[in-house]
Design a protein around this ligand. Structure first.
Ligand code: CA
Length: 238
């Protein structure tokens, strides 16, 4: 079996060993890098299938690795960091990280996030290459009572048509297409209103609360659009 290769960028030997034996349980192959320079060399020469990245490295900030790698590669990057500050999480996600997990983390949670990242990767590569071979229907998103048909551009709740404004629809679709990923306020504003939009999130929050009023049973305890406090929003992956 040709299992994916995961590059582990981590300067702490104990943590590096722990991560390595953990992902080996799911049969992934691993390569270790202990510095940023090593990481760059390996990313270029081995083209790993996924990167687990610590941010506090001895020779550079991990953010730099995200930005550089993203400029030419779509390899999934999961940040594994002890930085819990919301601002740090936003910076990493906006630089192009796919996910962010803080230390200490649950072993099963990390493995689940790795599988999610691979699923996204294959989902999108299937959509773009051979849509008919994908096991799910990528034109329909269905979770609990919510159903979105991307082709007819309709949103239904318990089979009842829900009317969303154009902006509301765009926001919902963007979140759904990135389900399983935290989308930062900045990414959403940029996607919906463009790069020159006011970075104030007020209009975004108003729109989200309008969408929630239309699709959530209890908008103060949403089950579809979840809030990541201080960071952004997330729709559950199906
Ligand atoms: Ca470190």
């Amino acid at each position: 079996v040709n299992k994916e290769t995961i590059l582990i960028v981590e300067d702490d030997m104990c943590m590096s060993q722990h991560l390595s034996s953990l992902v080996a349980k799911d049969n992934y192959k691993t390569i270790l890098a202990f510095t940023g320079v090593d990481a760059f060399t390996i990313i270029n020469s081995h083209c790993p299938d996924l990167i687990l990245l610590d941010l506090g490295l001895p020779d550079m900030d991990g953010l730099h690795i995200i930005k550089e790698t993203r400029s030419w590669s779509q390899v999934p990057i999961i940040v594994v960091s002890s930085r819990k500050n919301e601002n740090q999480i936003v910076l990493a996600l906006e630089a192009g990280a796919d996910d962010y997990i803080t230390k200490p983390f649950g072993n099963y949670e990390l493995l689940a996030r790795i599988r999610t990242a691979f699923r996204h990767l294959y989902y999108y590569s299937h959509i773009y290459s051979k849509p008919n071979t994908f096991p799910y229907n990528p034109l329909i998103y269905h979770y609990k009572d919510l159903e979105i048909n991307f082709e007819s551009r309709t949103v239904k709740l318990k089979n009842e048509l829900i009317h969303l404004t154009k902006i509301e629809y765009k926001i919902l679709i963007f979140l759904v297409k990135n389900s399983g990923r935290i989308i930062t306020y900045g990414e959403l504003v940029n996607e919906i209103w463009g790069p020159f939009a006011d970075k104030n999130n007020k209009i975004l929050r108003v729109n989200i609360s309008n969408i929630r009023r239309k699709i959530e049973k209890d908008p103060s305890h949403p089950e579809y659009i979840l809030t990541e406090i201080g960071v952004g929003y997330q729709v559950k992956e199906i």
